[in-house]
Structures are given as structure tokens and as C-alpha cells.
Design a protein around this ligand. Structure first.
Ligand SMILES: NC(=O)c1ccc[n+]([C@@H]2O[C@H](COP(=O)([O-])OP(=O)(O)OC[C@H]3O[C@@H](n4cnc5c(N)ncnc54)[C@H](OP(=O)(O)O)[C@@H]3O)[C@@H](O)[C@H]2O)c1
Length: 250
């Protein structure tokens, strides 16, 4: 896909990877709409980039997803790119916790239910555009589960799987289906300070967005590029080492 000349919706576009994706579409001359739950973050992003359009939306809520779809259809009828980027990551042990089910349900709703439902809502609209794309943001952890965030990893593996099927199902239409597979990137994912060891967000976004612009359909960066291409045996060994390291505290 080309980054120029589109009308793009980026969920979770007010911060981190979503904002970096939004910025690259803007720089290429596309119209960009971002959404998220926090109005102050959307406002901050708009102050930085006055041409951005923004809407408060909690993608975990079915009704809000439908309202977002209707609002986009009405206000941005040429919208032709959906970026499913919004996500949360909880470090939790689901078999050793008293937390209510609603916490897990929320993670499933944001990371998996929302992107699937948004694809379903927008599919017909996107098919009517001359050129269109769906970009799903998964994770290197889709390929190498980490036991410190088991629900998160399951949602990302499922979203990768859904993306591959969607690509086939839309292959005879104008809609390209792309996947960004980030490694650990220095954002506020999971809480401030938890990803400072990650790749710098701009270097990561420059690389993956350039590769999408050049026509690649699935792109990783650094470590996640290796993991998305590795054998099952290599990834199992990677997961095992990661779990041993995380749980031994070394
Ligand atoms: N950073 C990494 O190491 C890494 C690695 C692999 C994959 N990823 C993926 O990259 C994507 C972006 O994450 P990030 O690293 O940029 O983290 P981030 O800075 O925390 O950004 C997440 C964004 O999603 C939005 N969001 C969360 N829940 C939402 C909801 N219910 N409705 C609407 N928006 C919501 C947040 O805004 P509000 O809180 O205002 O709603 C925020 O703008 C996620 O899908 C994440 O899983 C990140």
C-alpha cells in the first residue's frame, strides 16, 4: 500500500505506536483520524499535529464501535484505511489471582474483539473504495508466548491468525490486509516505564511504515522480524528462555 493519498482511521492513535503510525500517514499527505478513550491525550496529539482529526471512543464497547463506524461514514466517506492499533497489556497470572473476570474480559475486548468487530463493520465500506487497507498491529509475542502476560499473548496470536484468514477472504477485493508485528518498543504499554528497554518508537515506525509503503504485507522489526519468520522449534526455545529469565528474576 502507499502511505500517501488515504483517509486513515488509527485506533489508539494518540500515543505510542499509534501516534507514530498516524504521523507517518500525515507526513505522506493522508488525512488521519485518531481515536482513544482519553480526551486529554487526543487533545495533546491534535496540538502537536493540528490537521489530525480526533474522536473519543472506547473500542471495548460494542455500541461505541458502531457509533465510530457511523460517524466515520458520515464525516469521512472516503475513509479507506483502518488501523487496528489500540491495545493493552496486563501482567497477570490468571490461575493465581482473585481479580474479577471483567479485567480479563476487558483485555480480550480491546485487543481481539474490537479489531475483529471493526473489520466486520468496515468491510463493505472498504470494499467500495478503489484502494483500501486494513492494518492490524499484533506483536512478536503472537509467535512466542510469554507467561507473564498470557492473556495478551493469546489475543495477539489470535489477531495474527485472524489477519491471515482475512487476507485470504479479501484477496479478490480492493482491500489489502497488512500486519505490523512490533517487538518491545519504548512506549507506555502496560504502564509508564515498563517498556523503556524497547526499541525507539520513531526508528521502529520509520522502518515498518516504509516497508508497508514498498508493498510488504507483514512486517516486524529487529527481534520480532526474526520471530515472525522463525521455525516452531526456534520460537519454542525462545519462549522457554524468556519465561525462565522473567520468572527467575535474572
Ligand atoms: N510497545 C510495545 O512493546 C509493543 C509490542 C508489541 C505490540 N504492541 C502493540 O502496539 C499497539 C500500541 O501500543 P503502544 O505500545 O503504542 O502502547 P500505548 O502507548 O499504551 O498505546 C495504546 C493506545 O491504545 C489506546 N487504547 C487502549 N485501550 C483502548 C480502548 N479501549 N479504546 C480506544 N483506545 C484504547 C490508548 O489510549 P487510551 O488509553 O486513551 O484509550 C493508547 O493510545 C498495541 O496493540 C500493543 O499491543 C506494542
Amino acid at each position: 500500500m502507499k502511505l500517501a493519498g488515504n483517509t486513515v482511521l488509527v485506533t489508539g492513535g494518540a500515543s505510542g505506536i499509534g501516534l507514530a503510525i498516524a504521523e507517518r500517514f500525515l507526513q505522506a499527505g493522508s488525512t488521519v483520524i485518531i481515536c482513544g478513550r482519553r480526551e486529554d491525550k487526543l487533545h495533546e496529539a491534535k496540538q502537536q499535529h493540528p490537521t489530525l482529526h480526533a474522536r473519543v471512543c472506547d473500542v471495548a464497547q460494542e455500541q461505541e464501535r458502531k457509533e465510530l463506524y457511523n460517524w466515520i461514514r458520515e464525516n469521512f466517506p472516503k475513509m479507506n484505511v483502518l488501523v487496528n492499533n489500540a491495545g493493552i497489556q496486563r501482567r497477570v497470572n490468571p490461575v493465581d489471582t482473585q481479580e474479577p473476570w471483567s479485567e480479563t474480559q476487558q483485555e480480550l475486548a480491546i485487543n481481539l474483539e474490537a479489531p475483529i468487530h471493526l473489520c466486520m463493520l468496515f468491510a463493505e465500506h472498504l470494499k467500495k473504495q478503489e484502494k483500501a487497507a486494513i492494518i492490524n498491529v499484533t506483536s512478536g509475542l503472537a509467535f512466542t508466548p510469554a507467561a507473564f502476560a498470557p492473556i495478551y499473548c493469546a489475543t495477539k496470536a489470535a489477531l495474527h491468525s485472524f489477519t491471515v484468514s482475512l487476507r485470504f477472504l479479501l484477496s479478490k477485493t480492493s482491500v489489502e490486509v497488512l500486519e505490523i508485528v512490533p517487538p518491545a518498543v519504548n512506549t507506555d504499554l502496560g504502564g509508564v516505564g515498563l517498556h523503556t528497554f524497547g526499541e525507539p518508537v520513531d526508528a521502529f515506525a520509520d522502518s515498518v511504515m516504509q516497508r508497508l509503503d514498498q508493498g510488504e504485507l507483514e512486517v516486524g522489526y529487529g527481534n520480532s522480524e526474526q520471530r515472525r519468520l522463525a521455525s516452531r522449534q526456534e520460537n519454542d526455545a525462545f519462549s522457554e528462555q524468556m519465561n525462565q529469565r522473567m520468572f527467575s528474576g535474572s
